[in-house]
Each structure stands twice: as structure tokens, then as C-alpha cells.
Design a protein around this ligand. Structure first.
Ligand code: DQA
Length: 147
């Protein structure tokens, strides 16, 4: 593979970042997160495909596509973390390194957010670091994948 590409996948309601419950999720927009993540990825020689969807099936399709042309996945499955079996099944099926990111510290929030089905198939989980979590995810994948 000549091109090294990461998939940055954001789930439902994350398109509203910036105005959605800023006391929990901060004021950074998804566009800003995608831009900063892309720029850190570029430092390590990675191209970045950023996808956000409010639909579970679209997220699964993006994961399947990553098998063709990506070397790692950064995913914030948002509320689907706590409900979806199909998303972790898809992630397990593509056999790429996966980092699960949550902007908020889900362990400190409501009990229903304490369990993520995705964590069982993630290589690393980052929660509570805000938008920086996505940057940490790139750094982890760069170290994991190597040059
Ligand atoms: C979230 C945490 C989830 O519980 C929630 O449903 C989200 C965002 C986070 O980034 O902190 O939508 O994944």
C-alpha cells in the first residue's frame, strides 16, 4: 500500500458538536476536530478519511470500506457505543487497529454510559480528554502501525 490512510468515524449527534451540551462536550465543532486530527495524522504521514453519520448502517458501511484502503480506525460511536452489537462486529471483521474515543469521561456519567460494546474490540480506549483524545488516538496508531 503506497498511501497510509486512517478512518475517523463519528457517530450520531456528533455533527452537533459546538452547540450540543457544551458543558459536557465543549465548544469545538466536528469540523474543527476533523481538521486538527487530519493535521496530526499528516505529521505521521497518514491521510485521513473523516465520516460522520447518524445512521448505524452507514457507520458499518464505512468500516467495511476501510478494510479496502485504511490502516487503522479512530471511532467515536457516540450513543451506539452503549447499544450496538453490529458496530463492534464490523470492527472485529475488518481486523484493523481500532481506537475508541469519547470526548466526555463516560465512566463519570450515567450508569447506562459505563458499558461500551465497542471497547471489547478496541485496542485502546480514550475518554474524557475532549478533542485531544482524537490526537492521542492518531499518536497511538502511528506508534502501533510504525513507518
Ligand atoms: C460520547 C459519549 C456517549 O455516551 C454519548 O452518547 C455521545 C458522545 C462522547 O464522546 O463523550 O454521543 O461518545
Amino acid at each position: 500500500m503506497t498511501e497510509r490512510r486512517l478512518l475517523l468515524l463519528n457517530g450520531p449527534n456528533l455533527n452537533l458538536l459546538g452547540s450540543r451540551q457544551p458543558e459536557i462536550y465543549g465548544s469545538t465543532t466536528l469540523a474543527q476536530i476533523e481538521k486538527s486530527t487530519r493535521s496530526v495524522a499528516a505529521e505521521f504521514g497518514f491521510d485521513l478519511r473523516a465520516v460522520q453519520s447518524n445512521h448505524e448502517g452507514d457507520l458499518i458501511d464505512a468500516i467495511h470500506l476501510a478494510r479496502e484502503d485504511c490502516v487503522g480506525i479512530i471511532v467515536n460511536p457516540a450513543a451506539y457505543s452503549h447499544t450496538s452489537v453490529a458496530i463492534p462486529d464490523a470492527l472485529a471483521g475488518v481486523e484493523l487497529p481500532v481506537v475508541e474515543v469519547h470526548l466526555s469521561n463516560v465512566a463519570r456519567r450515567e450508569a447506562f454510559r459505563h458499558h461500551s460494546y465497542v471497547s471489547a474490540v478496541a485496542d485502546a480506549v480514550i475518554a474524557g480528554a475532549g478533542p485531544l483524545g482524537y490526537e492521542f488516538a492518531v499518536r497511538y496508531l502511528a506508534d502501533r502501525i510504525g513507518s
